[in-house]
Design a protein around this ligand. Structure first.
Ligand SMILES: Cc1cc2nc3c(=O)[nH]c(=O)nc-3n(C[C@H](O)[C@H](O)[C@H](O)COP(=O)(O)OP(=O)(O)OC[C@H]3O[C@@H](n4cnc5c(N)ncnc54)[C@H](O)[C@@H]3O)c2cc1C
Length: 565
């Protein structure tokens, strides 16, 4: 049986940061359902935040100010000490990335360049043109190869094995051979990313099914603040490929069909650089009022930035527009609409990235350490992955060094794998015409129609009813493929169970939270209500059912205020 001291699940930025910062004396490996360089981190465009103060307009910036912006951006749902920790660690984290070889864009004179981003008091977003995620991921991957990190690519984790409150390993489906088997590990770190594909319109990669979050939930780990789903204001109309916030950071305008920069009606002092929840709702409101184009989109105009700036700072955006919309932003405005983008909630972990299960850790987008609260600021997620990925690697190493062997008999792990093999045989034998892709599409429609930018009681209840119907239908799904090697159908069937659970937790959290906060906007409860709702939502699975409870928010330093921009 394959055995490791620490098994990292996920080869994106959080997973690589965790592997690189685990104790090199321990036996560490990374499992990923795709090659690590195909993880969604590679698609990050606009940048990563740290209060370096390199931009002349940001010379008075500080990590404290970064923390305050993060907390205000979160609509005061972030735990304040956690936000402070991240912002403090941001500065050395950027210099470490630079030392590893990340080719950041530079200002004349050679210092790392920084651009303005939404909700930030100073320009503090470091970037590499509009390909920041790509260069950081490639650099960390190079470092992993240099340090001879062991990788298992195209392995899908399907289950977390837990006995007596202790994590003992995972069960995997090896796509390359079709084999199902257990992997024993003394500690497991999940860095499995977001769940964007639970929605129809999303900027996320096709692989972002969020199964890691679902697997943790099914193993008894609570999920936190899952109703807070970020919708990015600017995705390319129809294709929903991201058009980075950096485009507005560089000075892009949002314009409606009356040629008006409509953000002056919604956020007069920050205009296009208000936080994402506010800009996304403003765009949708304009479209709904009939001020959009074809009732579907508004325009992002970059023409006034000029050819040189667009080519230098936004070359990837220009390429996307030419290849996917047949237009050049140097000459034409870009049609854009909001789309699902990021998960603020996730696996409930503490400051050490540790969960309630001994030896089980989580970091990156799949985790909720509680920094982004009800709305994440642009540039803070890449930062979250490198800061908390590192902490997860260090803390898992401390745990492993202090703990004995898992002591679990091999047979128990083998039985877990056997159980999955039986389930797969069951799906093969099902005498039904029900195909997984039909259920997948249905779920996405349900979530987009009912649990989107604007929410209300009856839609949320309808979503829950439909999710429960889909849960029934899932039991009857038929697996048609004879061959289990590279079976996308099997991957979808395996991950769909998690997607249903996540959809249920998101909709349930949203239904219960009778207020508006950050990304969670209730048409029937339009005000923030700190007295009753300044608290984290915690959902735990008990006997297959979601059990909801609430937890205090650390608002010890900054008292919640009205959020004005
Ligand atoms: C288009 C786009 C642009 C963005 N731009 C920015 C930006 O400019 N700045 C910013 O701060 N943030 C940005 N974000 C957000 C940010 O990129 C992500 O939140 C972050 O990169 C997530 O990193 P991660 O390591 O947590 O997960 P990911 O990079 O998504 O990696 C997840 C990994 O988990 C693996 N995995 C998942 N499930 C399983 C399983 N069951 N078994 C095995 N392996 C599994 C996958 O193979 C993958 O390797 C952007 C996001 C998108 C979608």
């Amino acid at each position: 049986m394959i055995e490791h001291d620490i098994l990292v699940v996920g080869g994106g930025l959080a997973g690589l940061a965790a592997a690189l910062n685990s104790d090199p004396k321990l036996n560490v490996a990374v499992v990923s359902k795709v090659h690590p360089l195909r993880s969604h981190s590679v698609a990050a465009q606009g940048g990563i935040n740290a209060a370096l103060g390199n931009n002349p307009e940001g010379k008075d910036d500080s990590w404290e100010r970064h923390a305050l912006d993060t907390i205000k951006g979160s609509d005061y749902l972030a735990d304040q000490k956690v936000a402070e920790l991240m912002c403090q660690k941001a500065i050395p984290a950027i210099y470490e990335l630079e030392y590893f070889g990340v080719p950041f864009s530079r200002f004349p004179g050679g210092v790392i360049a920084q651009r303005p981003f939404g909700g930030a008091g100073f320009p503090r977003t470091c970037y590499a043109a509009d390909r920041t995620g790509l260069v950081i991921l490639h650099t960390l991957f190079e470092q992993s190869v240099r340090k001879q990190v062991k990788f298992y690519n195209e392995w899908l984790v399907t289950k977390l094995v837990v006995r007596e409150g202790k994590c003992a390993g995972v069960v995997i489906y090896d796509l390359t051979t079709g084999q199902i088997m257990p992997v024993r590990a003394r500690a497991v770190i999940f860095a499995t990313g977001g769940y964007g594909r639970v929605y129809l319109k999303t900027t996320n990669a096709y692989i972002n099914h969020g199964s890691g979050i679902g697997i943790a939930y099914q193993a008894g780990v609570p999920l936190k603040d899952m109703e807070f789903v970020q919708f990015h204001p600017t995705s390319l109309y129809d294709k929903n490929i991201l058009i980075t916030e950096g485009a507005r950071g560089e000075g892009g305008y949002l314009v409606n069909n009356k040629s008006k920069r409509f953000m002056e009606d919604y956020a007069p002092s920050t205009m296009e650089l208000a936080p994402r929840d506010i800009v996304a709702r403003a765009i949708q409101t304009e479209i709904d009022k009939g001020n959009g184009f074809e009732n579907e989109y508004v325009q992002l105009d970059l023409r006034h930035l000029g050819e040189a700036k667009i080519k230098k700072r936004l070359p990837g955006i220009r390429e996307i527009c030419i290849n996917f919309a047949g237009l050049d932003p140097i000459e034409s405005p870009i049609p854009i609409q909001p789309a699902q983008h990021y998960s603020m909630g996730g696996i409930d972990v503490n400051l050490k990235c540790a969960s309630i299960i001994q030896g089980f850790f989580a970091a990156g987008e799949c985790a909720c350490v509680s920094i982004h609260g009800a709305n994440r600021l642009g540039g803070n997620s890449l930062l979250d992955t490198v800061v908390f990925g590192k902490i997860a690697g260090e803390e898992a190493s401390i745990y492993v060094r202090g703990s004995g062997d898992t002591g679990l008999e091999e047979k128990i792990l083998l039985d877990e794998a056997l159980e999955l093999k039986k389930r797969i045989e069951g799906w093969e034998k099902k005498d039904s015409a029900l195909k997984i892709h039909l259920l997948l599409n249905r779920l996405k429609e349900v979530m987009s129609d009912n649990v989107g930018l604007f929410r209300e009681k009856k839609n949320l209840e309808e979503a829950l009813d439909k999710i429960h119907e889909l849960k029934e239908q899932y039991h009857r799904v038929h697996l048609s493929g004879q061959c289990l090697r590279f079976s996308q159908e099997l991957v979808n069937i395996l991950e769909f169970e998690s997607m249903l659970d996540l959809a249920e937790v998101i909709a349930l959290g949203a239904l219960n939270r009778e207020e508006t906060r950050g990304s969670h906007y209730r048409l029937d409860f339009k005000e923030r209500n700190d007295k009753e709702w300044l608290k984290h939502t915690i959902v735990t699975q008990k006997d297959g059912q979601p059990l909801i409870s609430y937890q205090e928010v650390d608002a010890s330093k900054y008292k919640p205020k009205a959020r004005e921009y």
